[in-house]
Design a protein around this ligand. Structure first.
Ligand code: CP3
Length: 335
């Protein structure tokens, strides 16, 4: 069994496990080289051979305990018929959302379009040692909707006018997304993934009165499915502050990833019956070594008596020096 599962499922607190969100791609020179030769990002995700190679890059370099498949949460809207482009230094851009076309999607076509992702999981599983987990992931319905309907006004704000204008359709869209995410999760498990993480990266933008319908319930439905499939699962409801507690009570995932705004001692005292993962601000990897180790120590100490998976409070940043990542892993393992 992988160390990730030993912590996540067996709740073995003396077993240590470490991996990083966004460990594949973004900052590694060996990724950047492949990326520079592959201008179309979606096409790269659909190249099973290259995607598997990228997935294994951080494992080869750092011997991390788990691999996360190189893909993207936006592969779901892509497979549901929206065009997805990544503009350099600007992020993703999706073609205009069409409700009728969206509701008209069929399951077989959806799976077919994502088949290369499943193939990549199969190939990766064969090349990954048995004592390491292969993590599959999806974007949570709300976070996908934010991109699909182009709901963001700027980096951290929602266009509330758009939200209110579309309010009557939102639940319908979320329900349909849940249906397709079920399929995507199931297919990734069948292909060989043995842990699933759900990224609700924009949960923090949801107005208070909608948090249950737009975040808690959709995540809970996906976790219910994971449990039915007996697959260990982790949620990441980024930015919801103290609502982490209610999220945890309702969703009941095996693991919960802290974001960097959550105080680790608060988390330890208030998040019960769940394995805690992550929390460390990825920005500390850009600071001095001393500051990085100090930051890491805060998390290691806070969780030393309970099961804990070392990780970050958001993904590794593109400007991270790989040598820093190596040093952080060494520090954690020698602690
Ligand atoms: O952990 C891994 O590295 C595995 C692969 C992975 C990618 N995206 C590859 C990627 C994972 C797990 C994701 C998840 C993802 N994608 C999230 C959730 C995590 C988070 O950061 O909150 C979100 C919100 C996205 C959507 C997305 N994809 C954005 C906003 C961007 C552009 C900026 C960025 O993050 O780099 C992407 C593109 C993307 N996805 C890249 C990579 C390696 C960079 C593509 C490039 O080189 O241009």
């Amino acid at each position: 069994m992988s160390t990730l599962k030993k912590v996540l499922v067996d709740k073995n607190k003396s077993c240590k496990s470490i991996w990083f969100m966004r460990q594949a791609g973004r900052y590694l020179p060996e990724f950047k080289k492949i990326r520079s030769e592959n201008q179309n990002f979606i096409k790269l995700c659909l190249d099973s051979k290259l995607s598997s190679e990228i997935t294994l890059q951080p494992i080869k370099r750092f011997n991390l305990d788990s691999a996360i498949i190189f893909s993207d949460i936006l592969m779901t809207p892509y497979a549901l018929g929206q065009e997805v482009k990544f503009i350099k230094n600007q992020g993703p851009e999706l073609s205009k959302f069409n409700l009728e076309k969206f509701l008209d999607n069929n399951e077989r076509r959806f799976s077919e379009k994502l088949n290369p992702v499943y193939k990549s999981i199969e190939v990766t599983r064969k090349n990954l040692s048995r004592d390491k987990s292969l993590i599959a992931f999806v974007g949570a319905p709300w976070t996908l909707l934010v991109y699909m309907l182009n709901f963001k006004k700027n980096k951290n704000d929602l266009d509330l006018n758009k939200l209110y204008k579309n309010n009557i359709h939102i639940k319908k869209i979320l329900d349909k997304l849940i249906k397709f995410l079920y399929i995507h999760i199931k297919n990734q498990i069948s292909a060989g993934a043995d842990v699933v993480q759900i990224f609700d990266s924009w949960a923090g933008l949801i107005p208070h009165k909608n948090i249950k319908d737009y975040c808690f319930i959709p995540n809970a439905k996906l976790i219910e499915l994971c449990k039915k499939e007996k697959i260990p699962n982790i949620c990441f409801p980024k930015g919801i502050k103290k609502k982490y507690q209610e999220f945890n009570r309702i969703v009941k995932s095996d693991g919960i990833n802290l974001d960097y705004e959550i105080d680790p001692t608060w988390a330890k005292n208030n998040l019960k019956n769940v394995v805690i993962q992550g929390g460390l601000d990825p920005k500390v990897l850009l600071k001095s070594e001393k500051e990085m180790f100090k930051g890491a120590t805060k998390y290691i100490e806070a969780f030393k008596d309970i099961p804990y998976i070392f990780n970050l409070g958001h993904g590794l940043l593109p400007e991270t020096d790989p040598d820093r990542v190596r040093k952080l892993i060494e520090f954690y393992r020698n602690y």
